[in-house]
Design a protein around this ligand. Sequence first.
Ligand code: CUA
Length: 322
Amino acid sequence: MDTTGTFWMPPGNSTIAGDVDSLFYFILYASIIIFVLVVGLSAYFSMKYRRRDGEVGKTDGLDHNVKLEIIWTIIPTILVMIVFVWGFKTYMYMNVVPKDAYEIKVNGQKWFWSFDYPEGGNSVNELIVPVDRPVKLLMASKDVIHSFFVPNFRIKMDVLPNRYSITWFEAHTIGEYNLFCTEFCGKGHSEMIGKVKVVSQEEFEQYAEDLAFSGEGMTLEEFGAKLYIQKACVTCHKIDGSNSTGPPWDNLYGKEEHLADGSSVKVDENYIRESILNPMAKITQGYQPVMPTYQGILKDKQIDALIAYIKSLQEDESLINE
Ligand code: CUA
């Protein structure tokens, strides 16, 4: 069964979606039919046998009906058995990862997702996968419980600290699908949103190579500009002077930054590095302490590149070589 999306469900874009949806609709329609039957008959009988003047005791002595009781026991039992066997088969299919699956490590943390690919690359908030190939997700959290949910694939799995959880899917349509966190994980929970990008096998190889790219043949500054987008810094830090969740990056280097605790600090290489790896250490005045740590996500060279990029956004060059 292939769904294109209905009032009840978004389009199904993975190999499991058809099975999940068929079972869902079976339960839905069986419930609707039984509901209408029960409520309809109740209404009909209460009208038909309502009390009327001069008609006392019409249903007296009616205590049970063996035939009816057998029917209303057997039919629901059969329905429940169908749902059980069908559900169990689907559940087993969803829980047994195919042997040839491509494995991606998923990391959930307050409040974003990051993905590590076997080729050595890493992406943030955007999971890139090949179409028509089973993908295994090995998931863990760095802090609290999160939950990985892609409605179009009909998969949802909790992501726990100190323990791996596993799920898999095979996307059968190229496109971009929403990824949500469905476990309340604190202030930024509703912003813990990502995308799953399903691309062709050839395009995927290109992406994997690109994500694993360590900046050869590029200047540090150019590499930093690329990482600014790829690692999702751009979501919170603008480069046109405007305020966002975090301070803008342009004209940041060399500046005297006022901190939330009343002290101030000069923005230099060490301050930027510390802010990337341990963002809670120094909070800039007027901003919320919501920056996630990039410890373990960014390599040293990538941090150097981001610092070089931030420096390149400084218009007053005298501040750079001070
Ligand atoms: Cu992570 Cu909610």
